[in-house]
Design a binder for this molecule. Structure first.
Ligand SMILES: C[S@@+](CC[C@H](N)C(=O)[O-])C[C@H]1O[C@@H](n2cnc3c(N)ncnc32)[C@H](O)[C@@H]1O
Length: 262
C-alpha cells in the first residue's frame, strides 16, 4: 500500500508561492520571462483596468494600508514591484517627498507606463535581489507582487537586509476567501466581469490573458499562515496580517533593532 505524501503544515515556509501554471508557461524556470513579457505588453492598460475593477485596491485603499503599516512623513521607501506606481504615488503623499522613494521592478514597460511623482528613483530589479545597500531604507512596500516572486524566503531575507533596524514593511495581496461561497463570488467576478471590462477598455489583447492569470495565481497561492511563517523565519518581527473585506491581506511588521543581517 502506498501512503499519501504529507500535506504541507500551515507553518511550512514558502519558497515558490504557487506551482507552475502550465496553461501560461511550461515550467518554473520560464515563469519570470512569461511575467516580464506580459507585464511589459499590458502595461498601457494596467491603470485603467485596475481603476475600472474598483476592486478596493484603489488609491485610497493603498494609502490607508501604508498608514496602517506605519509609514509616516519623511521616511525613505523602497517600493518593490512598483509597476506603474500606484503604491508609490500614495507613499509620496504620506511622506511628502517623492525623492525619498526608490521603485524596483523587473518590467521596464510597467515603470515607463506610469505617471510617477517627479523625483522618484527607478531601478530594474526583483524582490529576490533588491538592488539597494544593507540597512538603507525606513520602509518597504510591495503591492500585489507577492504571487509573482520566485522565492519568498529569499525575497523576505532581502527585506531584512535592506531595512534599517526598526524599519517597517507593508505587503499588499489579494487572498482567496476562506469560505467556498466567497471563493465562488470572487472567482465568478474575476472570470466574468473583469474579462468584460478588459474587452471593453483594453488596448492590448494580452490584457485579457493577464487578468485571467491574475485570478489563477490568487487561487493557487500559498495560504497566509505560510506567508506569515516565512516572514518570521526571515528575521522580521511583530509580523501580522490585517484583512479587509475578507480578501485584502496586508502583511505588516518590522526589522528588530538588534537584528544581524541574515
Ligand atoms: C500587479 S503589478 C502591481 C503594481 C503596483 N505595485 C500596484 O500596486 O498596482 C505586479 C508588479 O510586480 C512586478 N514583478 C513581477 N515579478 C517580480 C519580482 N520577482 N519582484 C518584484 N516585482 C515583480 C511586475 O513586473 C509588476 O509590475
Amino acid at each position: 500500500m502506498t501512503s499519501k505524501p504529507p500535506s504541507p503544515s500551515s507553518d511550512e515556509l514558502v519558497r515558490v508561492p504557487h506551482a507552475p501554471l502550465t496553461a501560461y508557461y511550461a515550467k518554473e524556470e520560464d515563469r519570470s520571462e512569461f511575467l516580464r513579457e506580459i507585464f511589459d505588453k499590458t502595461a498601457i492598460d494596467y491603470d485603467r483596468i485596475e481603476k475600472a475593477m474598483a476592486f478596493g485596491s484603489g488609491s485610497w485603499y493603498r494609502r490607508e494600508a501604508l498608514v496602517r503599516a506605519g509609514l509616516t512623513k519623511g521616511m525613505t521607501v523602497a517600493d518593490v514591484g512598483i509597476g506603474t506606481g500606484l503604491v508609490a504615488r500614495q507613499a509620496s503623499i504620506i511622506i511628502g517627498d517623492a525623492t525619498l522613494i526608490t521603485g524596483i521592478d523587473p518590467s521596464a514597460g510597467m515603470m515607463n507606463a506610469g505617471h510617477l511623482p517627479a523625483g522618484i528613483s527607478l531601478l530594474n530589479g526583483k524582490a529576490e535581489s533588491i538592488p539597494l545597500p544593507d540597512e538603507s531604507v525606513d520602509f518597504i512596500s510591495m503591492g500585489y507582487a507577492l504571487r509573482h516572486i520566485s522565492d519568498l524566503s529569499v525575497a523576505f531575507k532581502e527585506f531584512t537586509r535592506v531595512l534599517k533596524p526598526g524599519g517597517r514593511f507593508c505587503i499588499l495581496e489579494i487572498t482567496k476567501p476562506q469560505t467556498p461561497l466567497g471563493t465562488w463570488i470572487l472567482k465568478t467576478y474575476m472570470r466574468t466581469v473583469v474579462p468584460i471590462i478588459a474587452w471593453a477598455i483594453a488596448k492590448e489583447p494580452a490584457t485579457r490573458t493577464m487578468w485571467r492569470y491574475y485570478w489563477d495565481t490568487i487561487e493557487a497561492c500559498a495560504p497566509p499562515s505560510r506567508v506569515l511563517a516565512t516572514l518570521r523565519a526571515a528575521g522580521l518581527v511583530e509580523v501580522k496580517r490585517h484583512v479587509e473585506l475578507g480578501i485584502f491581506s496586508e502583511y505588516q511588521g518590522l526589522k528588530p533593532f538588534n537584528a544581524s543581517n541574515m
